[in-house]
Design a protein around this ligand. Sequence first.
Ligand code: PLP
Length: 373
Amino acid sequence: MTIQSFIPPQRTLMGPGPSDVNPRVLSALARPTVGHLDPTFIGMMDEVKSLLQYAFKTKNTYTMAISAPGSAGMEACFVNLLTPDDTVVVCRNGVFGARMIENVQRIGANVVVVDGTWGRAVDPQALEDTLKQTPQARFVAFVHAETSTGALSDAKVLCEIARKHNCLTIVDAVTSLGGVELNVDDWGIDAVYSGSQKCLSCVPGLSPVSFSEQAASVIKNRSSAVQSWFLDQSLVMEYWSGQGKRSYHHTAPVNSLYALHESLVVLQNEGLENSWQRHQTQHEKLATGLQSLGLDFIVPKNERLPQLNAVHIPQGIDDAKVRQFLLNEYNLEIGAGLGQFSGSAWRIGLMGYAARNENVLLCLAALKEALAQ
Ligand SMILES: *Cc1c(COP(=O)(O)O)cnc(C)c1O
């Protein structure tokens, strides 16, 4: 039998990502491919840089998109900044903090873990206490928006503490970018990475990153080469720099970058602050509805992510059956629990284009029917 074209079903994506892709982004993706050193494409890449500076609220020159998903952005930050001699304090309150620890360990650097409760924000006092006992620490790493639990940490306060102890900060903003306040320059974040498929409502596969002047100088002054050739930012920057003389590093994912460009234009047209507000407004509507269905949030109210709503699965309810019902009957995807919450939680995403009235109403109606059965 001949294999036919793949025609995916039309789903509504309300899980932990990928989120619903804006139709404008999908059509940008289908535009004609040009050469990756074509002058028009280079102009577009420069625009992507400045749009990312807008989204991250930064003036950092070292701002670009890595040609790979969020996890590659994470790895890029760690492999470029760290050497095996370094000590890094990593805050772990979910799956992605744990992934940061793995990165540090694979580099052979020293890791000191600040362990927190899953479903809670990172405790600033615990970070402070650890830093007092770890004077050799050079970096602090934490996840701003922990998608595995739905908890939002106070990045501003955590960065202040890190700075007080002379540490540079590495921040995971994969789920926060575009969905909640993120202020890279004001908060003094030194290295930040995100993903295209969460609150930017772009297709998966790109990871926006930004490095402060101080982080950039750490990278420039390394005495050993970065262990990853592909993620070596000093090479990648030659490709992304706007000085006219771009040198080939790898072939940029041309059409994916059209898509990212479009998603950032959409964000700019809406206004960054308006986008944060929209996520909050839709979250409040969803939260009211979920609570009236008897579903309780895992995270305390003042630490909740609007774009990722994690609720306990009620006693006697079959997790897989409900999610299957939503998918089969409503073409609606919500997220299962991850790590410690595997089997005991649902994670309902309201990311980017999915943070709309239509989605909230659909999700509540579908869940109500599923729970009644
Ligand atoms: C999704 C996510 C990642 C990983 O991104 P990928 O694009 O799946 O590699 C990292 N950190 C957080 C907080 C995430 O939500």
